[in-house]
Design a binder for this molecule. Sequence first.
Ligand SMILES: Nc1ncnc2c1ncn2[C@@H]1O[C@H](COP(=O)(O)OP(=O)(O)OP(=O)(O)O)[C@@H](O)[C@H]1O
Length: 483
Amino acid sequence: MDVARKGDSIVGMSTIDGEVIRVRGLGKCYETYAAPHHRLLDLLWRGPHRRARHFWSLRDLSFSVRRGEAIGIIGRNGAGKSTLLQLLCGTLDPTEGQVQVRGRVAALLELGAGFNPEFTGIENVYLNAAILGLSRAQIDARLADILAFAEIGDFVHEPVKHYSSGMFLRLAFAVVAHVDADVLIVDEALAVGDALFAQKCMRFLREFRSRGVLLLVSHDIPSVTSLCDRALWLEHGSLRMAGTAKDVTEAYLEAVYAERQEIAGLRPNEGGAGSDMARPATEGDLLAHDARRDLLIHSNLRNDLEILPFDGEARGFGTGHVRVNWVGIRDHAERPLAWLVGGEEVMLEVRFEAFAQAADLIVGFMFKDRLGQVLFGENTYLACLDATPVFEAGMQGAARFAFRLPYLPSGEYAISVGIAAGTQEHHVQHHWVHDALVIRCVASHVTHGLLGVPMTSIQLQVVHDGGNLEVDRESATAGACHD
Ligand SMILES: Nc1ncnc2c1ncn2[C@@H]1O[C@H](COP(=O)(O)OP(=O)(O)OP(=O)(O)O)[C@@H](O)[C@H]1O
């Protein structure tokens, strides 16, 4: 079904060829006035000297989206993200350009939008589902599922003006999840949900994106990389970058850090991204030692991971006051490895050199899958809080993280590393290296989840005596201290 919306936003639906959304030369301009009475004066006197100032919250935006694609929209506050979503939903009319959308659009924009505060939850379900195109009979048939999804119990009989923001979200999400939407637009909505409900929403969105079009606006980069294939980065109302979610979010992160450093008065490294900031320190003992090549040949289920050599040309950014010059994984005998097996104990090492005096250093890493989702990561901040050395120019340093590797599903992974100065919340980035180390998993037994956790024991047995099923809640917190 094609939905034509008000205004000039829909033109020539039949020209859309396999696309669900087509945006061409889209722009939204607001008229703003320095004082409220200027608007009145402009209305009364339509002469050449108008007082209105024109502000383009979005300009010259073009993109297309096909069924099965999930697009993340990122950008700083005021970049134009909400404007774009409202134009796509038809709640705003464009000043110029075209928006074409094929199918039923359901949106979770502002919490409570579309809800009548005096109506009960159930009445609002009927209202919203009807607005989204469901007949009374269809809503009757789906009501039980909608309420089961929302899980707000007897509150469904209360007027929604008594709802918490979390309850609003539950009900609103439950409705959009059951209206057979072709396009789902979600704006930061997941942020207010509790963890269990957020996971339920994520499961729904993951399933939805295979059959519809998902547009997700979020400041939460991991949500974007985990749910979206592509991303659009808006800046000052214009498209700054479009590409894979991984590439765009990395570039965005880089720009955010660059800006923070500018504010902190630190001059970025002249070379910028992709410069020669990351050069191997020395050859010799850093040459990779191939410990397990023979074993790989004799197994097809062992979680064999090939570590590609440290990429000295990997893209990076930062002040350049401290530079990463080697990243590698060592075994228990401290030999750099070219092969790993999931589940074994390893040590990730980040070597660096100071080019200016550097204090309060935090060295960290993020282990990411091929979509850029962070599977796990760590930094030195808490562990080294009281014992961070000051590095003078010319000094070398190393941060080492010893841990047991999870099992990884087949595919490609990357470790990004960063060296910053400050605290976890407020820091300047001296050197961040995207994908410093690439790891290729060539065999795996992991079939579910993002990674497998090494199990200390797995048993399946007959229980004769019923066993002890009582949970000792009294000592639950003390349990952490048990010997
Ligand atoms: N009704 C309006 N009149 C004038 N300017 C507006 C209006 N609505 C939005 N703007 C301006 O348009 C710009 C883009 O706003 P928009 O809400 O789309 O940004 P955003 O990227 O969604 O920001 P945020 O992340 O803070 O939600 C902002 O500078 C905003 O002040």
